[in-house]
Design a protein around this ligand. Structure first.
Ligand code: GTP
Length: 367
């Protein structure tokens, strides 16, 4: 631990859940865990860490499992971010509840303290202090951030009574009873974490929260409609990066001035290329003449050749999109080559290192 943290500190402590495999984001997550994917110029988590710090959090325990060692390689002891970071690794994945219980061993706070728990794949503009204040003032066991979405049928939903008490955790249904869903940010009473069985696979969503509700504990909802995005799918991941670059969500971790696009160090953009929609041009990436790139993530060292079109897509590190190729809503793995004239649409994914010969694919749909 660094000198900036002491167990007597009144600062709120946090647990960050970052052990998932990120299967929906493959192939991007084959080599890099989802929370470390470059997002608006920095690892995704840098945005969450900066936000948590802005709400007074100083000590964060990472609950790691998949590719665990990479987190410490990127964030170290946290001192560069004004934080004290610790890493608690599961031998095998313990699920969200088991991970929280395991990570809590590194907390310094006592049983009566509130603890912030964050899913490591959420971008949120909500007021964490208000959520904590509600939790403390009502003496809740857990207070969940609930976000209101236009189409709740794609998620499980979380109804509350008129006092904000959560009454159920409902599975996905075509006819949801509320548009409020679990937003993946919780304030737990430390003593409530300690009741989760240790060393076992436990899901907070399927076991812990429904169990607490059934036994009459006070599980509260803190609902709002501020910016919220779960970046678990390629489309959402690209959206999140673009939203940060375009300023739709303010982040203290953005590495430079942004606008229609963010160009990182030593990148080269031809004056005749058209780049827009919050695109990131990664370090040493090249966008050649007359290429058109909209709302996309171009990772370090990739090349978009002249006249290529890239829309709502991710081009992995060192990958190449050849002249005249078209990507729309596609993910190109690191080092892959999309030959000229290919047209990859609607969720198409190219695995790292694969070379698609010129004109090989005219259309591919999500599989
Ligand atoms: P998918 O495989 O694409 O569903 O993504 P995911 O693995 O991230 O799963 P999901 O989005 O459901 O996970 C929500 C959050 O919990 C993410 O921040 C995950 O990193 C984290 N998480 C899920 N399972 C575990 C686990 O077993 N251990 C730890 N430490 N974290 C987990």
């Amino acid at each position: 631990m660094t000198d900036s943290y002491s167990p007597e500190s009144a600062h709120l402590e946090a647990i960050l859940l970052v052990g998932g495999q990120g299967t929906r984001l493959r192939p991007l997550t084959l080599s890099t865990p989802k929370p470390l994917l470059p997002t608006a110029g920095v690892p995704f988590l840098a945005h969450q860490l900066a936000r948590a710090r802005s709400f007074g959090v100083r000590h964060i325990v990472f609950a790691t499992s998949y590719r665990a060692s990479m987190f410490a390689e990127v964030f170290g002891d946290g001192s560069a971010f004004g934080l004290t970071l610790e890493y608690m690794t599961e031998d095998s994945p313990l699920g969200t509840g088991g991970a929280i219980r395991n990570a809590a061993q590194a907390l310094a706070c006592g049983p009566d303290a509130p603890v912030l728990v964050l899913n490591g794949d959420i971008l949120s503009g909500h007021d964490i202090s208000e959520q904590v204040d509600l939790h403390v003032s009502r003496g809740a066991a857990v207070t969940l951030h609930l976000t209101e979405v236009d189409d709740p049928s794609r998620f499980g939903c979380v109804p509350t009574d008129e006092d904000g008490r959560v009454t159920a955790f409902l599975e996905k249904t075509p006819h949801p009873v509320t548009n409020r869903i679990n937003a993946g940010c919780y304030v737990f009473q430390r003593s409530a974490i300690d009741t989760i069985p240790a060393g076992q696979v436990v899901s907070v969503e399927r076991e812990t929260f429904p169990g607490m509700i059934a036994s009459g504990e006070l599980v509260l909802g803190y609902a709002d409609r501020s910016y919220w995005l779960d970046v678990g799918t390629p489309a959402a991941f690209v959206q999140g990066s673009c939203d940060l670059v375009m300023g739709r969500l303010a982040s203290p971790a953005l590495p430079g001035p942004c606008g229609e696009y963010l160009a990182l160090e030593d990148s080269k953009v031809s004056p005749s290329a058209k780049i827009s929609g919050g695109t990131v041009v990664g370090a040493r990436a090249v966008v050649e003449s007359d290429a058109s790139v909209r709302g996309s993530v171009l990772d370090a060292g990739c090349v978009v050749e002249s006249g290529a079109t890239v829309v709502d897509s991710v081009v992995g590190a060192g990958a190449r999109v050849s002249s005249g190729a078209v990507l729309r809503n596609a993910v190109i793995g690191d080092g892959a080559v999309v030959g000229s004239g290919n047209e990859l649409l609607a969720g198409a994914r190219v695995w790292p290192g694969v070379r698609l010969p010129a004109g090989a694919v005219r259309f591919s749909s999500d599989v």
